[in-house]
Structure formats: C-alpha cells, structure tokens
Design a protein around this ligand. Sequence first.
Ligand code: AMP
Length: 116
Amino acid sequence: MSADNCLFCKIVAGDIPADIVYESDTALAFRDINPQAPTHVLIIPREHISTINDIDPGHEALVGSLYTAAREIAAAEGFADEGYRAVMNCNEGAGQSVFHIHLHVLAGRPLAWPPG
Ligand code: AMP
C-alpha cells in the first residue's frame, strides 16, 4: 500500500478522525478502534513505512521514537509499573492489516505469552 491510499497516513494528515493521545515531531499515537485490552494504543511514525521489512538504517531514530512514545504514554496513563505489551505485526501471516507500521501498546489486563 502506498502513502496515497494509506489509512494511517490519512490520520496523520487529519483527514480521518482518531482519538489521539500523543504527538511528537516523528510519531503519533491514538486509541485502537477495536481495542483488545482496556488500554490499546497504536503508535505510528508520521512517515509512511509499510512493514518492518521496509525499515532501513536511516529509520533507526524514527523507529526508536515509537518506543520512547510508548514509555511516555505508559507513564502518563499509569500502567508503566503494572506492565504492558508493545508489539508490531509484520505482514498478513502475523495479522498485519494496516500497511503503515504501528506499535500496538496493550495494557490493563493479564497478557498471556505466547500470544496467539
Ligand atoms: P494490525 O492488524 O496489526 O495491522 O493492526 C491494525 C489495527 O488498526 C487494528 O487493531 C485495528 O483495530 C486498528 N484500526 C483500524 N482502523 C482504525 C482507525 N480508523 N482508528 C483506529 N484504529 C484503527
């Protein structure tokens, strides 16, 4: 999927509404429309990157900023100590349905391992 018809690029552009909980120069986070836990936030880069397979060395700081966003959201929403999961699916076989990378942050219930 190109940036032109990407759902998450449209959220970055403000063309599709989202419940935004965090913004930085490089990243944006909003609540998942179909939450899988009491807290389910998606953290995305503003730049369009389709999958983990499309991350190159020039994206290292950008991808790192998704994790500092996770840390800040966990602290702000009070689940940093309790624990949370930050996970990214890559391609259909792992359940990726939106082809703009996103870190799922899940919290507020026991999270089993291994995941399904
Ligand atoms: P994945 O299946 O890993 O690609 O995750 C995509 C996630 O995006 C799913 O958890 C969806 O519920 C979520 N999602 C899809 N459309 C929206 C939207 N408009 N706003 C918020 N979350 C969305």
